[in-house]
Design a protein around this ligand. Sequence first.
Ligand code: IPE
Ligand code: IPE
Ligand code: MG
Length: 253
Amino acid sequence: MSIRLPIFRKRKQKENDQSTLTNIPRHVAIIMDGNGRWAKRRGLPRAAGHKEGMETVKKVVRQAVEYNIEALTLYAFSTENWKRPKTEVEFIMKLPGEFLHTYLPELIDNNVQVRTIGDLTPLPEHTKEAIHKAIEQTSTNTGLVLNFALNYGSRAEITGAVNQIVKEVADGQLSPNEITEDYISARLYTSHVRDPDLLIRTSGEVRISNFLLWQIAYSEFYFTDVFWPDFDEEQFKLALLEYQNRKRRYGGI
Ligand code: IPE
Ligand code: IPE
Ligand code: MG
């Protein structure tokens, strides 16, 4: 399906005009990085960066809805982020509650389905409560799938799937020749969404940091130096415009 959306509405549109989006990625995944450095540059505590980053999440979600993107997966907390000082982890764990307290009605209005990927078990009770409420209240929505990656790590995810599959084989429920790529994909946290078409990472870091290792096999990558709190509508459009020019070959010619 090809959707045409004007980017700079005032400018006259031409054939192949850079301002026109003709090929919207169906699933966009984002490594939201650079909150701490954004704050440091301003002489603010790291927490201020995380708070401002939450505002960026709202902007990006609104835009994803506007562009009819099917799924948006946001890396909010990794399995490795527990290494951070306790006070910072505690602060980050308060954000989902704060975010959803003010923003859930708009998500509901916009037909957004809130989902998570990752192991929520070790999260504080108040964080889990806020998230479960949002998942429940948006479960019948049919628009944008908004996945928050929380305590998410790709290696932990794959290890979990392997353990599950080995158990099924050991119990005699599954024969080894039934273990296909699709079978494995269906046992990952992301079984409800297609693989990402576009992966964005902000803040100038050019690495994957244990995010969706299996799922990004053929995703297009977009790296920007912009810190997450400064990633706005214009920046998101730039990423989508860049995606327009990518030729996805999947090994073909
Ligand atoms: C991303 O920003 C948010 C999380 C990982 C929770 P950072 O907190 O990693 O910011 P930098 O990379 O230190 O600037
Ligand atoms: C990746 O960012 C995780 C999230 C954005 C949640 P990090 O800041 O944790 O990644 P590294 O440590 O720089 O690789
Ligand atoms: Mg970082």
